[in-house]
Design a protein around this ligand. Structure first.
Ligand SMILES: [Zn+2]
Length: 88
């Protein structure tokens, strides 16, 4: 069985999940259109999590690797290299 078949829900399950979420992103709760929604999944278990908007899919993917997430926050948000061009 290919990996994608393990985590993929059937079309009927995808529809049921979508209806359960009432046209809202399960991350931020904002309304989303079905055609732009993404099915988020756990990359370790390959189990689907829920329909999310674009931004929440990025956030969720970042949270899949917290070490990298924390590294980016440390390097980019706490110590942005471009800060040297701005007066204090
Ligand atoms: Zn969202």
């Amino acid at each position: 069985m290919r990996v994608i078949e393990k985590w993929s829900l059937s079309p009927e399950q995808r529809d049921e999940l979508w209806q359960m979420q009432h046209n809202k992103c399960c991350g931020c709760g904002r309304p989303i259109k079905r055609e732009s929604a993404r099915l988020d999944y756990n990359p370790k278990t390959y189990r689907a999590r829920g329909w999310v908007c674009y931004l929440c899919s990025i956030i969720s993917r970042a949270a899949n690797d917290m070490d990298k997430f924390n590294q980016v926050i440390e390097r980019l948000h706490k110590h942005p290299p471009a800060d040297k061009f701005y007066a204090e």
